[in-house]
Ligand binder design. Sequence first.
Ligand code: MG
Length: 460
Amino acid sequence: MPTRRTFLAAAGGALATRSLAAGRKPNVILIYADDLGYGDLGCYGSKLRTPNLDRMASEGMRFTNFLSANPVCSPSRAALLTGRYPTRVSVPRVLFPQDKTGLPDNEVTIAGMLKPLGYRTMCIGKWHLGHLPQFLPTNRGFDEYYGIPYSNDMDPPVVLHSTPGKVETVEERATLETLTPRYTEQALRFLERSKDAPFFLYMPHTYPHIPLAASPRFRGKSSHGIYGDVIEELDWSVGEVLAAVKKNGLDKDTLVLFSSDNGPWYLGSPGGLRGRKGTTYEGGVREPFLARMPGRIPAGKVCHGLASTMDILPTLAKLCEAPLPANPLDGIDIWPLLSGHRQLIEREALLYFDNVYLQCARWANYKLHIARYNSAVYSPAPAGGRVNLPLPKPELYDLGTDPEESYDIAPERPEIVKRMQERIARLLAGFPEDIRQAHAQTFEKPTTGSTAAVPRLRQP
Ligand code: MG
């Protein structure tokens, strides 16, 4: 017998499907910043000026518990576009220009899912899922790609333009100062020529990943240095895209999403959360997430429910009535949250990986830390190398009362620790062999001189 909650969720889903079936399929614009902190937007408490993103939040929904699936660039994008943990899709770490790999072609991206339905698809900006032609967006469901295929601190920061079967070099070395306006110009052109068909625009910006650069119009104009300039230019870009949607009369037919891949690096604010890019503390993975679709997503709402970048693909599948990819998904449909019909959706647990290593898990407001590297990320490695080690004892934080992950309550809540360890074991059992092995090997290592005090997880 359905409970009131499940009935409301089902009703919300049916409403979405019915109203969309009457007209064209919804357009989707997914804007993704790079290394933007949880606390870097005005609507998240920042002093940086972000009027367009703040307006987007007031016209749509703002999330406070939205997690990236990884604290660095490539794996977070792999998860975003496939709805699966990066450790499942063979992109567990950052890719570099010397790498010969990328997102495997048996993985279905959001673009690959929507394209067979007649969607026009374009990726503008930082791809970072393989820069060789066979891994570029135009071989992963996109009709067209324009941008630097990896991070702007990687050499050479080449700007590519590709269509299926063709890759052109636009710039051997990008003029970094004008990237954001050029990405924006490309987006506006795409929107103009796609207004008569459903479209999916994926716009992963290069900034605020370092080296930071802003165009003359924004350089030196903020009161927060170059980082502030860059954020203000990104905000301007979002405003241009939203204005183009409105100008083309597509406001109610277009879902616009905004988030980022991981927390702030050397500059930027994690908004009071612990940790930054490259760590599995919340500051490394919790991101702003805004969703706007007038008439379908209630205006001015804040959602505190737990959600993940991996949820976007299954949510779009529901909204756009696309068949789900055959590969098992780790994300869930969060349209009941976006439509305002639910405040929370119960889920097994969300896992936090750093590279191939499982370090934490989240269930409701609880976060369990079980392993951590022996040295800070982006610092000289200690003698013997940087190694992922089990914690002497698991640490449990209640993010509802302790968002800074400062007060370990594991000794007081052993039943929660046990329940979460059981959930971890259940989930890990479904991961590829190399990931399960990495986990097992982590827990074979001593933390100090002796392994006697090291708690053992029940291995899958
Ligand atoms: Mg990043």
